[in-house]
Design a protein around this ligand. Structure first.
Ligand code: NAD
Ligand code: DAU
Length: 355
């Protein structure tokens, strides 16, 4: 099988490419514009592999995408390319609408033209897998409620609204044009190669360097954490075996408050690399002004994918977090250039900058 992956130089996309080529020996065509969030170093383990190829390409260019589809002839598309950081969407929503809405529209139109021209088995087995987020469902109260595939959409941020819009487009292309699509909505990912603007890598690296650890509000917001390699396995399962027109919720059954996550990172680092002055890294925790429109709680019911497709998360948060911290400690050549280029000390998400 050959799969065209969009956004394969990003955090989750690179994990998908490494899994497809490295573990499953499947052919991958990676299409990525290489925005600030991309890093070709994340693909080093497979970069020279004969099953892997790369196109530096903007998904918004429908004709260029169609050309790649027609020359590479993939059996499926896994569409991950997106602007993904909520705080950036508050500071500058325009690129989120452009990439996540218009980009998905361009991908759907290119895929439709390509798919119509396919024949026989190639046409029957083709899939367009749209990779989305649990944030489309909005905000859960602090109780035991969970997001189901049938939960009504209620996005809160420009990011989640743009992802919700793209999900609606994908379903419409299935309903109206018959394009064989499948969707997935996943909770917060963590793991190696995550851009250090997201909570876990940001706090890990700040804590290592003795910088303040910014916790929004009271730190009582809850997220459901899933290791990126478990997500990559779920995505390939959905792309290859998911039912046409269906969506699958993917999560870690692993709810934690942000404060608990930050404290766990501090405690891990204190054990692995104690500070010279012997002080605890929890002392670096700094409560800062909350993110505007900050959703309180996300939690996924992933029983549909477990029952239908047999996928289940394989590691506990404690195991996954320990591995992730060890990875950042051992791979400073990956993150030091990013921190040197991007770390301004200025907090994102205040909405104060003009788009
Ligand atoms: P990321 O920001 O790390 O990577 C996004 C990638 O998309 C980058 O390589 C970037 O260069 C590429 N890209 C952006 N605009 C592009 C364009 N116009 N054309 C081509 N490529 C472009 O994102 P991520 O965290 O890996 O998320 C991947 C997908 O998974 C996104 O669709 C996101 O909404 C979804 N998702 C993320 C999470 C999470 O916790 N990170 C959870 C659920 C779903
Ligand atoms: O739920 C899935 C989503 O998870 C994905 O769709 C997004 O692409 C991904 O970025 C992530 O969104 P979050 O906003 O939940 O992730 P982030 O790492 O930015 O923040 C996690 C939580 O931590 C959130 O409640 C905000 C808080 N936070 C974040 C940062 C960066 C802090 O308290 N301090 C911080 O410095």
């Amino acid at each position: 099988m050959k799969i065209l992956v969009t956004g394969g130089a990003g955090f989750i996309g690179s994990a998908v490419c490494r899994h497809l080529v490295g573990d499953l020996a499947m052919a991958v065509v990676n299409v990525d514009k290489l925005t600030y969030a991309a890093n070709l170093d994340s693909l080093k383990p497979i970069a020279g592999h004969p099953l892997y190829s790369f196109y530096k390409q903007d998904i918004c260019d429908r004709e260029a995408i169609l050309g790649i589809l027609q020359s590479e002839k993939p059996d499926a598309i896994m569409h991950l390319a997106a602007e993904s950081h909520v705080d950036r969407s508050i500071d500058g929503p325009a690129i989120f609408i452009e990439t996540n809405v218009m980009g998905t529209y361009a991908m759907l139109e290119a895929a439709r033209t390509y798919w119509i021209e396919l024949e026989g088995t190639a046409r029957n087995s083709f899939r367009f897998h749209h990779v989305s987020t649990d944030e489309v469902f909005g905000d859960l109260p602090f109780d035991d409620s969970l997001f189901l595939e049938t939960t009504p959409y209620a996005p809160s941020s420009p990011y989640s609204a743009s992802k919700a819009s793209s999900d609606h487009l994908v379903r419409a292309w299935n309903h109206t044009f018959g394009l064989p699509v499948v969707l997935s909505n996943c909770s917060n990912n963590y793991g190696p190669y995550q851009f250090p603007e997201k909570l876990i890598p940001l706090v890990t690296l700040n804590a290592l360097e003795g910088r303040p650890l910014p916790v929004y509000g009271k730190g009582d917001n809850v997220r459901d954490w899933l290791h990126v390699e478990d997500h990559a396995k779920a995505l390939v399962t959905i792309a290859t075996r998911g039912r046409i027109g269906e969506s699958y919720n993917v999560g870690g059954r692993c709810e934690r408050t942000n404060l608990a996550v930050v404290e766990a990172i501090c405690d891990h680092l204190d054990k692995q690399v104690p500070r010279e002055d012997g002080t605890q890294r929890r002392s670096l925790i700094t409560f800062v002004t909350d993110r505007p429109g900050h959703d309180r709680r996300y939690a996924i019911d992933c029983s549909k994918i477990e029952a239908e497709l047999g996928w289940t998360p394989s590691r506990t948060f404690e195991e996954g977090l320990a591995d992730t911290i060890s990875w950042y400690l051992a791979n400073d050549e990956w993150w030091r250039p990013i921190r040197a280029k991007n770390y301004s000390g200025q907090r994102l998400g205040t909405g104060s900058k003009k788009p």
